[in-house]
Design a protein around this ligand. Structure first.
Ligand SMILES: Cc1cc2nc3c(=O)[nH]c(=O)nc-3n(C[C@H](O)[C@H](O)[C@H](O)COP(=O)(O)OP(=O)(O)OC[C@H]3O[C@@H](n4cnc5c(N)ncnc54)[C@H](O)[C@@H]3O)c2cc1C
Length: 426
């Protein structure tokens, strides 16, 4: 077993960066400062620039350093939880609005890919939510009912149909969400960032924001070397927030998710294993996912951090799981293994905190952030420009807090490690 590959992120290895940015070289005054270069921040900057705003995006590391450069790449509609539950939690009107805006998320993402000509391995053959047990299948039947009620294009596949799509008899059935698909997540993000720069946004990488202050009706944003004055500020740092002590910093439970990728499989295997290239995930309590990339690598992921010592257990589980799902695959080693941090909120809903005049923090997508991040970022831009609250998918709050988030994070990791350590769950 080679653990030397841990930290090798496939998306970084296979994404061409066409993005050209320069260093922030002087103090500036702009309309809006966006902090954080993930889907939320970049989508916001893009929309603002297209509408003629003078917008500056500051990224502490590189574009895609956070969840947006590490995820599975499943472009799904809605949130993680069932739409009925969203309406129950938010109330009928607010829940319907959020469900409706996020139902159109994949259309928005694939529309961006087409509009900005982003070559990001996108597939639109749907995603498959796979039942790992009879109870899981029951949950999928209920989801089917709720999705159909809302007009989503979705089918419940039988066990045999699921086996045909995945190349493994391991699942009892699957929901086929036909409007969904997969992307190379980092390339999509970089493509959006290129579009933002073309539209006139300034993007500066390796530029952490260290302070935000309100002085004389202006926001003052501090980086290690410069000060920027702005009328508005968006904090889009989510689970990768750093260097900036501020009450509006994202509050969330950190949950890690790791992925391992094989070398490209040979043609005979590719004809059997997910031949239509749907992205797949399952109903298990400790969730796992499988998908392919364009080159034919099989990518297997699950909840857990690859940091040692539990990293060894997760990695070993992935190797055993691959053999259990695809016993005919032969002796295939992983070539990449990496993980990322998900910002889980207590209610599993995203949150917008309005921490001052024209100042917002957006976070907490709870593991479903490709389409939601793109939608929320763009919507925040529209709201900034118009002052019209109806653009926002959810109502902003003045402050947000959760308790015991670190302990809950340890609990999730402990549960995933115990699960992956048991051979019953290979
Ligand atoms: C392993 C994994 C798998 C996932 N799989 C899926 C999936 O298949 N489908 C899906 O829809 N969602 C998925 N998600 C969720 C999704 O990736 C995230 O919700 C989404 O990327 C969040 O985007 P964001 O822009 O809000 O934050 P991020 O992408 O995390 O970006 C935040 C950025 O802010 C920067 N930053 C932090 N502090 C500062 C500072 N002080 N100054 C300047 N910049 C700063 C960080 O460096 C980072 O680049 C997954 C997440 C993970 C981690």
């Amino acid at each position: 077993m080679s653990l030397g590959i841990i930290g090798s992120n496939l998306w970084h290895a296979t994404s061409k960066s066409l993005l050209k940015t320069n260093c922030l070289s002087k103090d500036k005054s702009v309309d809006v400062v966006v902090i954080g270069g993930g889907y939320t921040g970049v989508s916001c900057a893009l929309r603002l620039a297209e509408k003629g705003s003078n917008v500056l995006l500051l990224e502490a590391e590189h574009i895609g350093e956070g969840g947006s450069g590490r995820n599975v790449g499943l472009v799904n509609s809605g949130l993680w939880m069932e739409p009925d539950k969203v309406e129950k939690l938010l109330g009928q009107a607010a829940g319907i609005k959020l469900n409706h805006m996020l139902a159109r998320g994949p259309e928005f993402v694939f529309g961006n890919i087409e509009k900005y000509n982003i070559d990001c391995e996108s597939t639109q053959t749907g995603t498959l939510h796979c039942a790992h047990s009879s109870k899981g299948l029951e949950n999928l039947r209920e989801r089917l009912r709720q999705y159909q009620l809302r007009g989503l294009s979705v089918d419940l596949l039988s066990k045999a149909e699921t086996e045909n799509k995945l190349g493994t008899p391991n699942y009892k059935g699957a929901l086929h969400l036909k409007e969904a698909g997969t992307i190379q997540p980092l390339t999509y993000l970089r493509g959006l960032a290129c579009a933002a720069v073309s539209a006139g946004a300034s993007i500066h990488q390796m530029t952490p924001v260290t302070a935000i202050e309100r002085n004389n009706e202006t926001w003052e944003i501090t980086t290690p070397e410069h000060n920027i004055k702005a009328d508005a500020v968006i904090l889009a740092t989510n689970a990768y927030h750093q260097s900036l002590p501020i009450s509006a910093a994202p509050i969330y439970t950190p949950v890690h998710y790791f992925q391992t990728a094989t070398k490209p499989l040979d043609e005979a295997l590719l004809k059997k294993i997910i031949p239509e290239q749907q992205g797949c995930w399952d109903t298990a309590m400790v969730m796992s996912s499988i998908r392919r990339d364009k080159a034919g690598r099989l990518i297997l992921g699950a909840v857990g951090s690859l940091d040692m010592p539990s990293g060894y257990i997760h990695y070993n589980w992935a190797q055993q799981r691959l053999k259990k799902l695809y016993p005919y695959i032969g002796n295939v080693e992983f070539e990449h293994a990496w993980h990322g941090r998900i910002a889980y909120s207590n209610d599993h809903l995203p949150h917008i905190v309005e921490f001052g005049p024209n100042a917002f923090s957006i976070f907490g997508y709870s593991g479903r952030g490709i389409a939601p991040g793109t939608v929320f970022g763009s919507a925040a831009a529209e709201y900034m420009l118009s002052g019209d609250l109806s653009y926002l998918p959810i109502k902003p709050v003045r402050s947000y807090t959760e308790r015991f988030t670190s302990i809950k994070g340890v609990f999730y990791e402990f549960g995933a490690t115990a699960f992956h350590g048991s051979s019953r769950f290979f």
